[in-house]
Design a binder for this molecule. Structure first.
Ligand code: HPA
Length: 256
């Protein structure tokens, strides 16, 4: 089944007819909130608001392990994360969409693995391509299906937050090859890999990153808000297209 993780601006899923909500407990603590079960255009999906329903959990305090564990417990096999980002690449102006294919992780102090010291031999999972390619292809097909232009591939830089970056930090990320900057992409993508979940992201630029474009002298929260509302509206059809696809067969992704 398809799981949708909604980031900033997507605490509720427009068009979702809800059947029930369920609080899930996990060995890793509480998820961000109850899972919402329902269907989009008649197709079952599970929705998780990453920052909680009232958008009260900041990116560095999200319990990523509990969220992914809960989704898998409920038979979710594929996940699309809707992620808002600041645009660094010239093609990622506010309002532009991207299906990234690479990640650089700048976060720290987060729980990055389900493996804890348990006396078992250490395993090192392959993460050369951090997103599930089969799910990336589905995301791109869903975007094409509603004629939404998007950038295919790009490097997502995951930063700690909750503050926005300095201009010098964004210049450094640009030198590193980062195309977009967000606060939640890691460890989420890696934890999904550990659980063998087929995970990809649709990144929506909601502002130029600090020091770029109209964020040259600062980032306007009014621009972010306006952009978010527009993006959420445009993504509704994309998520419906994704929900229509068949998730019965597992993808050959490796997990632990
Ligand atoms: N920086 C980090 N995360 C973000 C940004 C940004 O500019 N915009 C949306 N999420």
């Amino acid at each position: 089944m398809l799981g949708i993780i909604g980031g900033s601006g997507l605490t509720k899923l427009p068009g979702l007819s809800i059947t029930h909500r369920q609080v899930i407990r996990t060995p890793f603590g509480e998820p961000s909130g109850p899972l919402t079960f329902g269907d989009l255009d008649g197709h079952p999906v599970v929705f998780m608001a990453r920052h909680g329903h009232g958008h009260t959990i900041p990116p560095h305090l999200v319990n990523y392990r509990a969220n992914l564990w809960a989704l898998r417990e409920q038979k979710v096999s594929h996940i699309v994360s809707v992620a808002t980002v600041g645009g660094i690449h010239p093609d990622l102006k506010p309002g532009d969409l991207c299906v990234p294919d690479q990640i650089i992780d700048y976060t720290h102090g987060r729980e990055t693995s389900f493996t804890e010291y348990n006396g078992k031999p250490v395993t090192h999972l392959d993460f050369t391509w951090p997103y599930c390619e089969a799910m990336r292809q589905r995301c791109m097909e869903a975007l094409r299906g509603v004629n939404e232009p998007f950038m295919s591939g790009g490097v997502y830089g995951a930063v700690q937050g909750p503050r926005l970056e300095t201009k010098a930090e964004i210049d450094r990320l640009a030198r590193d090859g980062v195309d977009m900057v967000g606060m939640t992409g890691m460890p989420e993508a890696y934890l999904a890999r550990e659980l063998g979940l087929c995970y990809a992201a649709i990144a929506a630029s909601v502002n130029w990153a600090a020091g770029r474009g109209d964020s040259a002298t600062g980032i306007s929260s009014a621009i972010i808000e306006a952009c978010l509302a527009d993006v959420v509206e445009r993504l509704r059809g994309v998520l419906i297209n994704l929900a229509r696809m068949n998730y019965a067969a597992p993808e050959p992704e490796s997990g632990l």
